[in-house]
Structures are given as C-alpha cells and as structure tokens.
Ligand binder design. Structure first.
Ligand code: ADE
Ligand code: ZN
Length: 350
C-alpha cells in the first residue's frame, strides 16, 4: 500500500481539489443549474412556477429527501429534446473535468421523462453523445446507470427496462433511487434479477434515510455491488462488518446529507467513522445544483468540518477508482496518477 506522505492541514484543500478522482453518485437531473432550467424552459416554451432564477434558487430550502424530490422532478420538466439531455450532461462533465474527475458513472431517471411523453431513445442518445464527446474533448471517461424510481411500481420498472432494451450497450448498469422509506429494495427483487441476467452491473440507494435493514436487503435480495449513501449502516455492527469484509463501496454524499438533514450539522457527518471502520467509502455530489456544490466542494467542506486527514483523502480517491465499473487497466493508470499527485503535493508543485 502507498505510504501517504505528511501533508500540512494548510495544503490539504489544494490537494483535495487537485487529486484525481472518480464520481460514482451523481444524478444528472440533479446537475441542472437554475440558469439552465430557465434557458431550457424558454427554448422549449415550458411554463415554470417561478418568476426568476433567484426565486427558484430561494425555493431550495429542504427539510428531508421528499421535500427535495418534489422540486427536483419539477426542474426536470424542461427537458424535452435530445439536445437538452446533451447540454445538461455536457455542463456537468465540464465541471467534473475541472474538479479532476477522471471517470464518472452518471445516474439518470428515465421514468421522470417517459412519463411526460419523452422517448427513452431521446434521453439515452443525448446523454450518451455527451459521454462520448467528453472522452475526446475533455479527457474524462463517463458511463451511464439507469435508475428505477422506487416510489413507482414493479410493473413500471419492468416497462422501463423493456424500453431500454435496444440501448443496453449504452448503459453500464442499473440503480434504485427516489423516496426510500416505505419502498424497500425487495419491491424490485424480480427486476434486479432480470437486469443481472442481462449482464448489467447493480447498485441501489439504501440507508440514506432508511434503516440498515434496507442495506441488508439491497445486498442479499437485489445483490447490488455498491450501496449509494449507506450512512445508516453505523447503527448495525454486523452490517458494518459485512460491508468491510466484502469491500462493498458506499457512495457517500456529504453536502446532500447535510442539506437533507440526515446530518443537520456537517461536523457530525460519519464519513471518518466509516473509513476508520475499514469501509470502502467514497465522496460524491448526488445533486450538485441543489445541494450547494460539486465533488470538490463536497471534499473540501466535509474535510474542513470533520478534520479528516491526507490519509483519508488518499483512501477516498483510491476507493473511488477501485469501486468503479471501469476495467483494471484504467484503474491502475488512475491510481498511479493519484500517487503522483500526492508526491507532487509534498514538493509544492501546485
Ligand atoms: N434522486 C436524486 N437524488 C436522490 C437522493 N439523494 N436520494 C434518492 N433519490 C434521489
Ligand atoms: Zn442519490
């Protein structure tokens, strides 16, 4: 294992920004900035219930997950054409590249769009084209993960999978998101079993607001490879042991947890506890346009609030590459770049 050199607290924010990283938990609809929402509303002649960008932004005062989701789904209503999906993903990828993200696995919620009459083809082709262009123009690798909305039925999820079948070469896996409590993973056991047969990689949101039992069933019933959020695992010692032993990554989103009041005070966030227990935690942005920051803001703010160290920083970035669905050759290349960045930090090379 790489021996992390001593790095002063002063140098830590620059290191956090400069270090290469993968982002594994970003909802592309959650990257829609108010300015782009208004621009797309005008382009597509969609009426918005807000008078201005400022009025929309001032509505971003959330009390829990559901209070956020209501505004998030309303914001996505401006997306109609393939170019809209391209523009949204492009804007995110430009910001991610700026934050030294080398690889992004991007969630999208097709049911939010197909329910409004937008074709699956429109959604996937726009997002996929942005991923392809990002590789050549921004030097960032990007793949797509289709999420099923858990507040909708199993039947709707199966219908969504059916619609996505012609485009499976453009997605790497499937996930499960939206309102957690009251919608346990078991509801989607059969859909996930089918996705597994189709060779798709599997992830699910669990233990964001919901109990540790939902993390157990995401693992044992859905057979997911990563848990999105998973911060409630600390309430179950046996689960902590299972996650550590099986190296199940948690895609943790500190600013999201703070804004949705999972941790009303960011200083109380349990990221350090998860890492120190040997869990493969990672840092991600979830819905950056709504929660006040992209991936580097998540790193710098949670490190400042909870006094994490350069060792934690290295572990988080390393975990992000290891837990990704990229190939081994890419992982080794990225991990080598990570070590170089830490060594250059000591030499004050940036
Ligand atoms: N969809 C977008 N963001 C989400 C979150 N934080 N939890 C569940 N579903 C989501
Ligand atoms: Zn999420």
């Amino acid at each position: 294992m790489f021996k992390v050199p001593p790095i002063s607290a002063e140098r830590l924010p620059a290191l956090l920004r400069a270090m290469p990283k993968a982002e594994l938990h970003i909802h592309i609809e959650g990257s829609l900035e108010p300015e782009l929402i208004f621009a797309l509303a005008q382009r597509n002649a969609v009426a918005l219930p807000y008078a201005s960008v400022e009025a929309l932004r001032s509505a971003y005062a959330f009390t829990n997950l559901q209070s956020f989701l209501d505004i998030y789904y309303a914001g996505a209503s401006v997306l109609l054409h393939e170019q809209d999906f391209y523009d949204m993903a492009r804007a995110y990828l430009v910001r991610a590249a700026h934050d030294n993200v080398l690889h992004a696995e991007i969630f999208f919620d097709p049911q939010t769009h197909t329910a409004r009459g937008v074709a699956m083809e429109t959604v996937i082709n726009g997002l996929h084209r942005a991923c392809q262009d990002a590789r050549t123009e921004l030097g960032i690798s990007a793949t797509l993960i289709l999420c099923f909305l858990r507040h909708l039925s199993e039947e709707s999820a199966f219908e969504t999978l059916e619609q996505a079948q012609p485009f499976l070469d453009k997605i790497v896996g499937v996930g499960l998101d939206s309102s957690e409590v009251g919608h346990p993973p078991e509801k989607f056991a059969r859909v996930f079993a089918r996705c597994r047969e189709l060779g798709l990689r599997l992830v699910a949101h669990a233990g964001e607001e919901g109990p540790p039992a939902y993390i157990w069933s995401a693992l044992d019933v859905l057979k997911v490879e990563r848990i999105d959020h998973g911060v409630q695992a600390v309430h179950d010692a046996a689960l902590m042991q299972r996650l550590a032993q099986d190296r199940i990554a948690l895609t943790v989103c500190p600013l999201s947890n703070h804004k949705l009041r999972v941790f009303p005070d960011l200083a109380d966030h349990n990221l350090g506890k998860l890492l120190d227990a040997g869990l493969a935690a990672t840092v991600n942005s979830d819905d950056p346009a709504y929660f006040g920051g992209y991936i580097n803001d998540n790193f710098t703010q949670v490190f400042a609030a909870t006094h994490l160290t350069a060792k934690h920083a290295y572990q988080l970035a390393f975990n992000s590459f290891e837990a990704s669905f990229a190939g081994n050759a890419d992982k080794r290349t990225w991990e080598h770049k990570l070590k170089e960045t830490f060594e250059r930090c000591v030499e004050h090379d940036y």
